[in-house]
Design a protein around this ligand. Structure first.
Ligand SMILES: Nc1nc2c(c(=O)[nH]1)N[C@H]1C(S)=C(S)[C@@H](COP(=O)(O)OP(=O)(O)OC[C@H]3O[C@@H](n4cnc5c(=O)[nH]c(N)nc54)[C@H](O)[C@@H]3O)O[C@H]1N2
Ligand SMILES: Nc1nc2c(c(=O)[nH]1)N[C@H]1C(S)=C(S)[C@@H](COP(=O)(O)OP(=O)(O)OC[C@H]3O[C@@H](n4cnc5c(=O)[nH]c(N)nc54)[C@H](O)[C@@H]3O)O[C@H]1N2
Ligand code: SF4
Ligand SMILES: [Mo]
Length: 733
């Protein structure tokens, strides 16, 4: 950690800002806490700052941690971090309490024959795990092993290196439950898994599902606010009127799972009326005529019946796009609408990439951008030996050929565990059992493994299913590898250690994987410390670890993005692909046309949809006391139901309701509102914890994944988390 000593005076001056920023998280009372500790520091305690990166969501905002007497006193978002821009969200403040949580894992644990965990030494844990790893490799080969991780700066490097060193290509992210369909679908058309809408400079941006004001990234919220204040036309397409509406002109309350029809019909209007960028399409794409012919009957009138959106609205939106182009785009979204939710999610992604092409907006100011990135260069092979490429392919690569291998389908891996082909799984910073698909199926799948190892900071539901649980340090207690961040000016940021270990027998991720590798006989690929590797990676781009510790962020202005640059299309044809041979080979139509969701609600049934709340992340923040207090204060566990539907079902606001389907039955309170489409029931994403050792989160609210059947999207292997139909009734009715 850097010893940027600060005076008591400057520390207090900064505190006022922290309180203002904490905003809705006023209950956190960092100010009161830090005032008390500031007095201790007058008595001679150690006071310093260190730059780090938040771990409360995948955005990883940069902040400065202020430490008084060895304890974290406050955090301030770093002004020059591209995502924080000087602010953290409430989760960023709240989650910092994880370091001091009473429910932290403090020692390695082994499950005994009675199914209870007992503490063991690290050496015992490593030796026993290694013995089982070697037995699995001996009997079934390394392809019977896998790791699942949610990418973190060090975790993504060490988890992959460890698995590859053992000889297995089975490295999966959480993607099948997040953005696998979307990124794989985009890749078919534009050769890239993502792009960035230039919201702040746009004349018109349409958000399909994505809610910047709920699923927060501070810089995105600021860009949206800027666009709104400038008078840009902001359209929210969402079955639910999200909190982003404060920045939007229009809410389009679409039937869930039908966004594909809306996009295709808007495209049909632009093509029919000749209002698309013909020169751009002619120069940069293939398959346009074939695709245009295939959607000729996808008119707004046709789409109205599917989406519930009036044909006049669909046609108007298409014309407004044509007027605003090229400073306009459909925003790439993230998870909620078509990241992994439906059978047609990948096709929705393809249609959106095709639609933006019609606008000619790629890399145009206010349009949709492929920004620049920088990564670490070649390293000294003697110090950082290359791991041989595993002989086998990732499990699922053959079954789901269009799925991006950088994510893979961890759910297919779970299926293979249940069917006995996969014998050993490691989890890092991942709570698969509670958040990726049907919880009963996943419990059975993980329960069938010969070896399940979970590296976590608290007893997650996945950890409960493990044979061994290894306690990581919290993100505040470790240095990690540099995080390279793409953008209009790419940069690199650092998660430095902010505080000393709170629990002496925990270990940082780099040490855990290095020592596991040594125990498993592949330590030769880990002859370096995280400091050595971080410094070497930074030296390869002209920086050093010491320099980055001082600033937290460093930019690469010579690699800056410029408007107007024609992207290199990394598709097989090196053009934008309105039609794709690979898609056809995988059984899809050549270009995206309408595809039904896998299941549809009938009668009074509703489609179960989910989404983020601004004060929680997935399953990992529900056990933070102050964040859970906000949930309780605002009754945030309620399911949202349309007021007309509720009236038909005799449900009043605040009533206890029973939600049920073939997979699960549970009760919670209802929020009766006109802010939701009548075919949907919205369940907030973060509740229903079933691990009694998370004393704050345990048994609060319902868990969406209990209701989601285990079924994989046919060509990408994603979770299809919203192909779930439920019935709702008032308890006692
Ligand atoms: N507060 C918070 N912020 C986060 C995270 C978090 O856990 N908590 N996690 C981060 C991560 S990993 C991700 S992936 C992103 C996710 O970012 P988003 O995708 O923006 O988040 P979600 O809340 O999953 O979904 C957004 C919206 O999709 C809507 N939706 C649901 N079904 C449909 C549909 O069929 N069609 C349309 N058009 N809309 C639909 C929901 O009502 C919701 O308002 O958030 C990031 N930021
Ligand atoms: N119910 C529900 N399910 C969801 C979502 C949701 O919002 N709700 N969102 C979906 C999306 S968009 C995504 S991206 C995925 C995210 O899926 P995950 O990345 O699995 O996210 P979490 O469910 O929060 O689980 C993260 C786990 O990492 C642990 N952890 C936190 N910090 C550390 C650390 O420093 N070290 C280690 N070793 N472990 C740590 C937490 O204790 C927790 O058990 O979930 C998907 N599924
Ligand atoms: S958006 Fe919030 S939770 Fe996510 S990294 Fe930034 S401060 Fe942390
Ligand atoms: Mo995600």
């Amino acid at each position: 950690m850097s010893e940027n000593a600060i005076t008591r005076r400057s520390f207090l001056a900064g505190s006022a800002g922290a309180v203002a920023l904490a905003g809705c998280a006023g209950v956190l009372s960092f100010d009161a806490w830090s005032q008390a500790h500031a007095e201790e520091s007058d008595a001679g305690g150690q006071t310093y700052t260190a730059h780090s990166l938040c771990n409360a969501c995948s955005t990883k905002c940069g902040f400065t941690g202020y430490v008084v007497d060895g304890r974290l006193a406050k955090l301030l978002g770093d002004a020059d971090h591209p995502y924080a821009k000087g602010k953290l969200c409430a989760r960023g403040y709240g989650y910092s309490q994880i370091a001091y949580s009473a429910d932290r894992l403090t020692d390695p644990l082994k499950k005994n024959e009675d199914g209870e965990f007992q503490a063991i030494s690290w050496d015992e844990a490593y030796a026993e795990i290694a013995e089982k790893v070697k037995a699995i490799i001996g009997s079934d080969g390394p392809e019977a092993l896998a790791v699942v991780h949610d990418p973190r700066p060090s975790g993504k490097y060490y988890a992959k290196r460890f698995m590859n060193a053992l000889g297995s290509a089975n490295v999966y992210t959480h993607g099948a439950a997040c953005n696998l369909s979307k990124e794989s679908g985009f890749t078919q058309v534009i050769g890239s898994g993502n792009y960035e809408s230039d919201v702040a400079n746009s004349k018109m941006t349409m958000f399909i599902g994505r809610s910047y004001a709920d699923a927060i990234r501070p810089s995105s919220v600021m860009a949206l606010q800027e666009a709104h204040e400038r008078g840009a036309h902001i359209v929210l397409v969402d079955p639910r009127c999200s909190n982003s509406k404060v920045f939007a002109d229009e809410w389009v309350p679409i039937n869930p799972g039908t966004d594909l029809a809306l996009v295709l019909a808007m495209a049909q209007v632009l093509i029919r009326e000749g209002r698309y960028d013909k020169a751009y399409v002619a120069e940069h794409s293939v398959g346009f005529d074939e695709w245009a012919a295939s959607i000729a009957d996808h008119t707004p009138e046709w789409a109205e019946k599917i989406t519930g959106i009036p044909a006049t609205t669909i046609a108007r939106l298409a014309f407004e796009f044509a007027e605003a182009a090229p400073a306009a785009s459909i925003e790439p979204s993230w998870r909620g609408a078509f990241g992994c939710s439906y059978q047609n999610s990948g096709e929705t992604a393809r249609a959106i990439a095709c639609f933006n092409t019609l606008l000619g907006c790629w890399n145009q100011e206010g349009g949709a951008l492929f920004t620049s990135s920088v990564s670490a260069g070649e390293l000294d092979e003697a110090k950082f030996p290359a791991v041989p490429k595993p002989a086998g392919k990732q499990l699922g690569a053959a079954e789901y050929p269009l799925a991006l291998s950088s994510m893979g389908s961890n759910l297919y891996a779970a299926r293979m565990a249940k069917e006995g082909a996969l014998k050993g799984m490691f989890f890092y910073n991942s709570n698969m059992a509670a958040g990726y698909s049907n919880t009963a199926y996943l419990a059975e799948a993980l329960g069938s493994l010969d070896l399940c190892v979970v590296i976590d900071v608290q007893m997650s539901e996945t950890a409960q299913l493990a044979d061994y649980v290894l306690p990581d340090t919290s993100y505040l207690e470790r240095l990690e590898l540099p995080e390279f961040i793409g953008g209009t000016v790419p940069c690199v940021a650092l998660r430095d250690q902010v505080i000393e270990k709170v629990h002496p027998n925990t270990k940082p991720v780099d040490e855990i994987f290095t020592e596991l590798a040594e125990a498993c006989g592949v330590g030769e690929y880990f002859p370096f410390t995280v400091e050595d590797l971080a410094d070497a990676q930074l030296q390869s781009v002209g920086l050093s670890l010491d320099a980055l510790k001082t600033t937290g962020v460093a930019y690469f202005p010579d690699k800056a993005f410029t408007y107007g640059k024609v992207p290199k299309w990394k598709t097989p044809t090196e053009k934008i692909q309105f039609t794709s041979e690979a898609a056809e080979a995988a059984g899809l139509p050549a270009g995206p046309v309408w595809m039904e969701p896998a299941v549809m609600p009938a009668g009074t049934q509703l489609r179960l949809i989910g989404g983020k709340q601004a004060v929680h992340s997935h399953t990992m923040t529900a056990n933070i006391e102050d964040l859970m207090q906000i949930t309780k204060d605002y009754d945030l566990t309620r399911v949202w139901i349309n007021a007309d539907v509720a009236a038909q079902l005799g449900i009043a606001d605040g009533d206890e309701v029973e939600v049920s389907n073939s997979e699960h039955t549970g009760t919670c309170r209802a929020k009766v509102t006109q802010r939701i489409n009548p075919t949907a029931l919205f369940m907030p994403s973060h509740y229903g914890c079933s691990s009694p050792e998370q004393h704050t989160a345990y048994d609060v609210g319902l868990r969406q994944m209990d209701f989601v059947p285990f079924h994989l999207e046919p060509v990408y292997g994603a979770a299809m988390t919203q192909e779930a139909i439920v019935s709702v009734k008032k308890v006692g009715a």
